[in-house]
Design a protein around this ligand. Structure first.
Ligand SMILES: [Zn+2]
Length: 293
């Protein structure tokens, strides 16, 4: 499916921050207009199950595209909104996250930002970026988090003041990425870093895997009530062909078995009671790799 799906709350939120405040003295009222800046996120579904995200700052007019698997759908959404592309932000080198880089750069003159450890595998890189470095989008700041495991140089872009996390193929809704390059220990450490972010952080991952992930999560924790409720919501969304992102860190901590390997319910299900977290995580990841519902 092509085209963009607006998140209503984000757009409504932007408008709702136009707040009028009246100031005395009476009888002549004076009005001051305050506008709080807020980033707008557009979700662009591409290929089988990828999402590209556009992050737009209405104040500076700067826009970033996260993990563009394709260029044309991004160019279409930019044109529909009258936006200019400032950055491409790549989380890792896989082609379904970088394939649109060069055409976007050619058509828009945007800068391509990519993880330093994978810069030679990613087309058109202008700035290689590493753990703890920051990037400005207008007055908003993204901090880079190194989260190896799926690939060795994988990074996330975390807009801390805005509560937004773009985590590529590391943390999925109720799941996590496969260990193509890293070890279970590396992935576990990376997921812990993400799990430690504030509860209300919005999680934007790059694939729509929620239904399949949820079925596996329910196999591991059949009595998890929050998981049951989340799966109901996800079924409804998918019936309408709507994205199940964003999730939140709080929801992931409550429902994602890969963040819950310290729980007795998960350990019991895996026959791994009182094992260390990395051992339990490795077993869980192995089971998911061979899980077919
Ligand atoms: Zn990947």
């Amino acid at each position: 499916m092509r085209g963009f799906i607006p998140i209503n709350w984000a757009e409504i939120g932007t408008l709702s921050f136009l707040v009028w405040v009246s100031v005395l003295p009476i009888p002549k009222l004076r009005f001051h207009r305050y506008q709080k800046s807020m980033l707008t996120i557009k979700i662009i579904p591409v290929l089988e199950d990828n999402y590209i995200y556009l992050i737009h700052d209405p104040v500076s007019k700067q826009t970033a595209a996260v993990d563009p698997a394709e260029a044309q759908p991004v160019l279409d959404v930019l044109a529909e909104n009258g936006w200019q592309l400032t950055y491409v932000l790549n989380t890792h080198h896989h082609w379904d996250h970088t394939n649109g880089n060069l055409l976007l750069k050619q058509k828009t003159g945007c800068q391509i930002i990519a993880p330093s450890a994978e810069q030679h595998k990613i087309p058109g890189v202008d700035r290689a970026i590493s753990d703890h470095e920051t990037l400005a989008l207008g007055a908003h700041t993204a901090t880079v988090m190194a989260i190896p495991g799926h690939t060795l140089g994988h990074i996330a872009y975390y807009f801390g003041d805005d509560g937004l996390l773009f985590c590529g193929d590391t943390l999925f809704v109720m799941g996590c990425g496969r260990l193509f390059e890293g070890t279970a220990e590396q992935m576990w450490t990376s997921l812990q870093k993400l799990s430690d972010l504030p509860d209300d952080t919005l999680v934007y991952c790059t694939h729509e895997y929620s239904q399949a992930n949820g079925l596996f999560a329910q196999r591991i924790e059949p009595d998890n009530q929050q998981l049951k409720e989340k799966m109901q919501r996800i079924k409804q969304l998918r019936k309408q062909n709507l994205p199940t992102v964003p999730s939140t860190i709080a929801e992931e901590r409550a429902t994602n078995p890969f963040l819950r390997v310290d729980q007795v319910s998960v350990q019991t299900s895996l026959n791994q009671l009182q094992q260390d977290p990395v051992t339990v995580f490795a077993e869980l990841r192995k089971r998911k790799d061979t899980f077919f519902q």
